[in-house]
Design a protein around this ligand. Structure first.
Ligand code: ACM
Ligand code: ZN
Length: 766
């Protein structure tokens, strides 16, 4: 018996020690409080709370229960951790206390030895407190394993509330369509960072995306457009899908602001109902980007009925009090020559077409007010005057917002220079095609929605800010994610946290990256950047410095292989004396790498000048009329001599962003002659042309790109005359018309010269 007793004792001790060992192995200690957006105050306390599958979660009121379910789902999905709701002495307790000295979204998160209490000023506060708690848990590398994991979380007292009540993101689903499921994925993630407004840009020239039962052709016809290759691009949300998205957002305390953009950006609707235009004719859903001159007729009674009925239907889908009625980019060309519009101006004693737009917007606002809704419009609507109750979204800059706030209107700031996430975050020759502009992470982070020009007592009119994503070039879901993250997270902190600190944010962002992986996000990683020119020419040697938009490790190879996490680490500028392929990339601390930036570094010599005498001024131009998609479509012999041009930009005279394109202009041009180089140097040229040769070397090749952003090329030239040849296609590709390009050729004489100069007529000969 004694023998057996000893045997059992040893067995029990072994089992117990295995359990405790397992527990230790699977207990992750959380010693610091890392929450983004950064909370208002964090006080660390002695001791730890053990969060494990034995922890229970309980609410003081029934209405909190949906939040319990949501939090349990999050823990389960992200951390494979299940909580229970039985009473225990290891509890997360949720309560609401409306007497907290915090604003409506504020909360207190108190972590003690036995309990975690989340006390919200309202239900919203409880939700945000739980999101903060969730963020405390680091990603467990062994999460794939089956063993339960527990977290020892340092005791702490956190008090938090947002700085701004409007923390928004706008998505354009007209230019490219994103499924309801994809939108839900991002509403879920954005809510984890306490974003609370989703502005859904549902209607535009290139597609009507919201089912309206009283106007069925809006989606039957207006949701489809012809793609470049003749295929049909389409998509819309049924009313059921819209309700689902709105309900899903509401569960995450995100208000959905629909945008029904009037009276411009209406081509998709005019294609469905041409009688709504100043001239009833056949319209097609616009395939070009840019600004459309055909708009709703403001003198036509059916336009007013249209607006009223659509708003009526929308109110059954969108419960939030704010509606966006657009009003941006509305050319008045058609109204100026429309008898009905002119007669409306007279009958309503309006001054001009700007006031006519104001009249139309005021009508829409009246309909909204009848449904107890408030109207937002883009800042252009200030031009003709606005009603005292109109709210403004300031996108062109901050000026509109400043003017409106000082006049007592509520304002949401969305200045493109800081908050358009369709703008680039790094070298545009490496990043996926984007709209233009440059808005790196820091630009978003540094944004202050309350400019100093706003009078003290009017600052309350700045409700907050919002980042917008227009999707002309965002053809894939993962490209949209690349644009959203981490900039949307920087925005969230900018609008939530009182004391911002970029370095501290970057530290927390580093810890967030593995979580973004867990959320299956294709987020942007700062590129390793060098010269924008990808083919670099040098004479004796060249030294190339590399940089990143924010500090991150850079690795490189010089043997044509792609860099990996074990490649050489960049420490100081690299010097090259022979032909080399340099490939660089950045690496995040957890090993994920950026896109690769590749340079072809080539030893060269100065090109001798021609001994040709200058004869005539300007360049010879040959033109082939027709729609040429690619250079390969060109056959020699189709070109006809068309004399000379004085300036390179004269090869394309129709530059006028956005407006109608005269397809009779479509052509290919070849320009030839000589350029006079002022002094010996290593020149970089920059241009939007399809191909540019200097001294018989192809130095710019836009290949099959859309030719929206200039490309660069280098060549070393002696002083004097050199051959110049340019090939330029005038056409439309992927919604971009090269008619909108200003096709000057630019140059600079040194790598360290940051300014490009135009090649002027006094440098051109033939
Ligand atoms: C806008 O970017 N057109 C509001
Ligand atoms: Zn009209």
């Amino acid at each position: 018996m004694k023998k057996y007793f000893l045997f059992f004792l040893v067995l029990i001790i072994t089992v117990l020690s295995t359990i405790s060992c397992n527990n230790d192995e699977n207990t992750i200690v959380v010693d610091s409080i890392e929450i983004t957006p950064k909370p208002k105050s964090i006080q660390l306390k002695e001791g730890y709370f053990l969060l494990s599958s034995k922890t229970s979660i309980q609410a003081s009121e029934e209405k909190i229960n949906p939040l319990i379910n949501h939090f349990k789902d999050q823990l389960n999905e992200l951390y494979k951790l299940s909580l229970n709701t039985h009473k225990s002495n290891n509890t997360i307790q949720l309560t609401i206390n409306d007497s907290l000295n915090l604003n409506e979204e504020g909360y207190e998160l108190n972590i003690t030895q036995n309990n975690i209490t989340v006390t919200g000023k309202s239900l919203k506060g409880v939700f945000y407190g739980l999101q903060s708690l969730l963020q405390l848990l680091p990603v467990n590398p062994s999460i794939e394993g089956k063993n339960p994991v527990s977290y020892k979380i340092t005791n702490a007292q956190i008090t938090d509330e947002p700085k701004f009540g409007w923390r928004g993101l706008m998505l354009d689903v007209s230019r490219h369509f994103y499924s309801a499921d994809f939108i839900k994925k991002h509403l879920n993630i954005l809510s984890m960072f306490k974003i609370n407004k989703f502005h859904w840009h549902l209607t535009d020239d290139q597609g009507w995306r919201m089912e309206i039962k009283s106007y069925p052709k809006l989606t039957e016809i207006g949701s489809k457009r012809k793609a470049d290759n003749g295929s049909i691009y389409k998509g819309f949300y049924t009313q059921e899908e819209i309700k689902e998205v709105v309900a899903y957002a509401k569960e995450r305390f995100i208000d959905v602001i629909p945008e029904f953009d009037i009276p411009g950006h209406m081509m998709a609707a005019l294609a469905a109902y041409p009688e709504l235009a100043c001239t009833a004719k056949l319209y097609e859903v616009r395939t070009l980007w840019g600004v459309e001159t055909n708009i709703l007729c403001a003198g036509n009674e059916s336009t007013y009925t249209f607006i009223e009925q659509i708003i009526d239907e929308m109110t059954s889908l969108f419960p939030y009090e704010y509606y966006h009625m657009g009003g941006d980019e509305t050319p008045k060309d058609k109204w100026k020559v429309c008898a009905k519009c002119q007669s409306k101006i007279k009958s309503e004693s309006l001054k001009d077409t700007h006031e006519l737009q104001s009249y139309l917007m005021a009508y829409a606002e009246k309909i909204l007010n009848n449904h107890n809704k408030k109207m937002i419009g883009w800042d252009e609507i200030l031009e003709g005057g606005i009603t005292p109750t109109t709210n403004i979204m300031s996108w062109q800059g901050e000026e509109g917002g400043i003017k409106a706030a000082n006049a007592g209107h509520d304002v949401i700031m969305t200045p493109s220079k800081h908050l358009y996430l369709n703008f680039y975050q790094g070298d545009l020759n490496v990043e996926p095609m984007a709209f233009g502009g440059y808005v790196p992470l820091k630009k978003v982070y540094d944004y202050n929605p309350v400019p100093k020009e706003i009078e003290k007592n009017k600052q309350k009119h700045i409700l907050g800010a919002q980042a917008n994503v227009w999707t002309e070039y965002v053809t894939e879901d993962n490209m949209l994610e690349y644009l959203f993250y981490p900039r949307a997270i920087a925005l969230a902190e900018t609008l939530w946290s009182e004391g911002k600190n970029y370095d501290d944010f970057l530290d927390r962002l580093t810890d967030l990256y593995p979580k973004l992986d867990l959320l299956d996000l294709n987020y942007h990683i700062p590129l390793a950047e060098g010269p924008e020119t990808k083919v670099i020419k040098f004479i004796d040697s060249i030294t190339i410095p590399l940089k990143t938009t924010h500090p991150v490790k850079v690795v490189y190879t010089t043997d044509s292989t792609d860099p990996n996490t074990n490649s050489k680490v960049y420490e100081h500028p690299l010097t090259f004396k022979k032909n080399t392929v340099l490939k660089v990339a950045s690496v995040l601390p957890h090993g994920k790498m950026s896109l690769i930036n590749e340079f072809n570094i080539i030893k060269t010599t100065y090109k001798e000048p021609l001994d040709t005498l200058k004869t005539g001024k300007g360049l010879k131009i040959k033109v082939a009329k027709g729609f040429f998609q690619n250079i390969e479509d060109l056959k020699s012999g189709v070109f006809r001599d068309s004399g000379t041009i004085e300036n390179i930009k004269d090869s394309n005279k129709t530059f006028y962003w956005g407006h109608e394109i005269d397809s009779s202009n479509f052509k290919a041009v070849i320009i030839e002659g000589f350029v006079e180089i002022p002094k010996k140097g290593s020149y970089t040229f920059s241009g939007l042309q399809d191909k540019v040769w200097i001294s018989d070397s192809l130095i710019i090749d836009n290949g099959k790109s859309i030719r929206k952003h200039p490309k660069q090329g280098m060549i070393a030239l002696e002083k004097g005359l050199h051959k110049l040849k340019i090939l330029y296609l005038n056409n439309i590709r992927k919604g971009w018309a090269t008619d909108w390009n200003s096709v000057a050729l630019l140059f600079r004489a040194h790598d360290d010269d940051t300014t490009y100069y135009k090649i002027k007529p006094n440098m051109l000969y033939h």
